[in-house]
Design a protein around this ligand. Structure first.
Ligand code: ATP
Length: 513
């Protein structure tokens, strides 16, 4: 199946099974805003819990906070967001559609990459087992020509972005003859800067009102509380502060479902270190975060690091953790070494000293910061993409199953009475009432057992138990495993000990030690 079709199916599945709905659905939606349904919210909460516990429970030098979305507007001046949190936008005069100039060019670069890969694939097919890929790439005139054009475009584009040369970005779009995908024309406007922050007014009177922003990242709430936490928590450098919360960006081109939203959620951790030790911590956090991702069991081939060539002016190292989505490897998390930029800026703009006195070295300094910043929604999408599976069964039917890591699954156990009579529903409810204190357990009596299994497969429930007539005598049930579809007879009294461990977040956390 083409990857595009897979993606469409995942989006449809998310809606059909109560994971993600378009926001304001009965009013035809609101662009790039989504609501999480009954299953989505459970999965999302489990992702957040996995992250939170891996930070705050597993590290005795990391604590959490929950700062407000509204903050003093000067914070965004100090952080650079008022002046520099911009994307270059361009409009097509014929279709009246708006694009990010950088994305149009990046898509063009990706087209060259695609063409090269197609050439290589064609040759591999032609030469079969005699194919020497490295040699082909180094000698094929067609591939070399494409590669040269691609590299020249990339170099020109990087230079324009580094200098934020808007005229040059437009010129690249014209020279590459990039057309609007809607109108098919090259009738482009100038390129302009567009600030991504949403603003609103705080205060009741027109003249007393103050312009405030909806935070575009949660990190600044951590920076401005750094000294409060350090002092009240008696934290010693190195230490970290973690936070999960909503962020808002007026993205110009919002697309790919929950990959790029205007209201989304971030899980960020700022780790404060002694200046000069930041590179060591940067590598440590790269390793720690990759381990966190890979513990989910989707396979190491689903992840890669993408080190940044172009660094923000305040950063001295940066990398993205990319995940193989149905539309290619895409950023899910950023890990940045931000030097002491943010803390120094807040010191300057607030006029308050926020230096740290290091009792070990007897000096005061502004700590350096390593940041790990991951989007909850992108993480959700990556988990959904990797879990969505269509299986061909022996009887010729297809089953759709979400192979979610058990610890993240919205429902852990479904208890199903074989029939709706003879005391089986009562027995089944008894089991639910006992186990619901330990993990998310549901009761379902509607439709045939086969249909009920399919319904649980589709939402990723790792275990189902069936209560039948024998249960009333032997107090045993049939336990079915989602992935293997194997069934075994087990005592009701054993269910908790068999299931609880395997579906707990703790089972994931233990893999990180
Ligand atoms: P991109 O380059 O894709 O716009 P970014 O580099 O601006 O992302 P950061 O500012 O580093 O992203 O934010 C950290 C994380 O927050 C990202 O890795 C991503 O998971 C998430 N994120 C950022 N913007 C969005 C968005 N519009 N919708 C959903 N998640 C987002």
């Amino acid at each position: 199946m083409a990857q595009e079709d897979v993606f469409k199916k995942i989006v449809a599945h998310c809606k059909e099974y109560g994971f993600v709905f378009p926001s304001s659905d009965i009013y035809d939606g609101l662009a790039a805003v989504y609501d999480y349904g009954q299953n989505g919210v459970e999965l999302k909460n489990n992702i957040k819990q996995y992250w939170w516990q891996s930070m705050v429970l597993l590290h005795d030098n990391i604590v959490g906070i929950d700062s407000a979305i509204f903050m003093h507007p000067t914070i965004w001046k100090a952080s650079g967001h008022v002046d520099a949190f911009n994307d270059p936008l361009i409009d097509n005069r014929d279709s009246k559609k708006r694009y990010r100039a950088d994305v149009l060019i990046e898509d063009e670069i990706a087209k060259y990459d695609d063409k090269i890969e197609k050439e290589v694939a064609k040759a591999a097919k032609r030469f079969k087992e005699n194919f020497d890929e490295a040699k082909y790439r180094a000698t094929s005139p067609k591939v070399l020509e494409l590669q040269e054009k691609r590299d020249a475009l990339h170099t020109r584009y990087s230079a324009a972005m580094n200098a934020m040369d808007l005229n040059e970005l437009r010129q690249i779009i014209l020279d590459e003859e990039i057309v609007c995908p809607i109108s098919g024309t090259r009738n482009w406007t100038e390129v302009r800067q567009f600030n991504l922050m949403f603003s609103t007014e705080m205060g009741s009177t027109a003249d007393g009102a103050m312009k405030v922003y909806l935070r575009p990242e949660t990190a600044q709430g951590i920076f401005v509380n750094y000294l409060n936490v350090q002092k009240t928590g008696r934290m010693k450098v190195p230490f970290g502060i973690a936070q999960i919360g909503k962020a808002f960006r007026n993205e110009i081109v919002a697309r790919q479902f929950i990959f790029r939203m205007r209201e989304f959620e971030q899980m960020e951790m700022q780790f404060f270190v002694r200046p000069g030790t930041e590179m060591e911590w940067f590598s440590k956090w790269k390793e720690t975060r990759m381990k966190w991702h890979q513990a989910l069991g989707f396979g190491a081939d689903h992840y890669r690091f993408h080190d940044h060539e172009k660094l923000a002016h305040y950063a001295n190292a940066a990398t993205d953790v990319e995940f193989l989505m149905p539309f290619g490897f895409k950023e899910v998390e950023g890990i940045h070494s931000r030097t002491n930029f943010d803390l120094s800026q807040h010191e300057k703009y607030s006029g308050k000293s926020i230096k740290y006195f290091d009792p070990e070295t007897n000096e005061s300094y502004t700590p350096y910061v390593i940041e790990t910043s991951i989007g909850v929604d992108r993480m959700f999408l990556s988990v959904m993409s990797a879990a969505y599976t269509e299986e061909q069964l022996e009887n010729g039917e297809t089953r759709v199953v979400l192979k979610l890591p058990a610890a993240l699954a919205p429902v852990k156990l479904a208890v199903l009475p074989l029939v709706k009579k003879d005391g089986l529903p009562e027995k089944a409810r008894e089991i639910v009432n006992d186990l619901k204190f330990h993990f998310n357990t549901i009761y379902d009596e509607k439709d045939s057992i086969g249909k009920r299994y399919r319904r649980q497969d589709a939402v990723g429930t790792p275990y189902c138990v069936t209560v039948d007539h024998d249960t009333l005598n032997d107090n045993c049930v049939t336990l079915r495993n989602r992935d293997t579809m194997q069934q075994e007879r087990v005592a009701i009294s054993e269910l908790n000990s068999i299931i609880a461990d395997r579906v707990s977040i703790t089972s994931l956390l233990k893999k990180l030690q």
